[in-house]
Design a protein around this ligand. Sequence first.
Ligand code: UD1
Length: 426
Amino acid sequence: MNSFLVKGGNRLEGRVKISGSKNAALGVLAAAMAVDGPSVIENLPDIIDIQLLLNIFKELGAEVTILDRGTVRIDPTTVTHSEALLESVRKLRGSYYLLGAFLGRFGSVRMYLPGGCDLGSRPIDLHIKGFENLGAVYEMEQDGVISLKANKIKGAGIFLDQVSVGATINIMLAAVHAEGTTVIDNAAKEPHIVDVANFLNAMGANIRGAGTDVIRIQGKAFLPAGKSYAIIPDQIEAGTYMMMAPLTGGDILVENVIPKHMEPLSAKLQEMGVLVEEGGDSIRCVLEKGKILKATSFKTMPYPGFPTDLQPQAVTLLCAAEGTGRMIESIYENRFQYIDNLRLMGANIICSGKLAVIQGGSKLVGAPVEARDLRAGAAMIMAGLIAEGETRVENVYSIKRGYENFVEKLTAIGVDIREVNPDRTK
Ligand code: UD1
């Protein structure tokens, strides 16, 4: 497995163009499998998770044609069965959207439990409850095979007792084909929920209220599709680069973003003393000369709260701030696993349950660390930016799952980074 080698100490400056959103793309691609005609999806990020999902679609019999860089045509009409028993679905979390897509389209589905980052237990009980409300019979078969069967998917009222991005999208994917109206209460409001709903509406569905906590879906027997749709920019990729500016005392213009989506982070950066300048589709983050980065408290929450997917990066930023910072992780039970790696580099962090207390200002020193998961991997790179000497971040695979052209984009803003094969650096 290759590693990234980062040399710390550089002040970052320049422009970064943000790619299409990974999580929106996973939902929209699955939605393209839920409709009844071909669609063209633009602004897809070139990352491992998307390649994996497109390969799964091909293996299932869909016609997947790459039209251009980031543009794919998907024709799902050549898929005529609802079995998705491929080992590859275990490799990524986003594959679970095929449950909703196929249940809606075919009335049944069989698939392995999904994989994804290890952030603690990640049940899908809310998805299943939603499908059961729509009339599906659920069975967990041998070897982690999920089976859902329905004579007819029927619209229903569904209350999610915990806000879940995945369950909200999955239920929408099934409900677009249900007979009658489905109302999802306490729905997640993340930008990618709106993106999936917009895609489905463009393809002929009738979904109202996406982006609020009540979503109404009027089911339709046939969704003609036949349109093009561009994915929104990646809120998490943008947030990662935004934080790199104050981290290194730098000045970065993050382009191709929707500033509204970045507000949960922008507000926090301003609290920390960072100059955040919003343009139409860009954000500039600067730690002005003579300004001190101040510590603050964060709590991860569903959107429009502070995203859990920016939590490891924000903890790393707090390592460089003056004073004591706090991070409460309220979404996942096991998302502080990377902190022992930060400590190995010299960070002063105490963790107890959902709380991490970060004493800023400790000198970090390069060390061999691991990208435990996608966002933790980005945080390790960030730690390397301010560490003395060289930091080796092992397991580039995890990072490439979610960051397009990572080395190229970082190099362009002044990072000294390269990908190395461990055998050649011994
Ligand atoms: C999505 C994102 C992930 C992000 C997360 C939270 C994708 C592919 N992944 O993951 O990057 O970190 O949102 O913003 O879009 N839960 C249950 N039962 C369920 C479903 C969820 O208890 O059936 C719990 C989870 O364990 C977690 C919380 O609800 O504690 C939120 O999870 P959810 O919003 O569903 O996250 P994902 O959709 O898996």
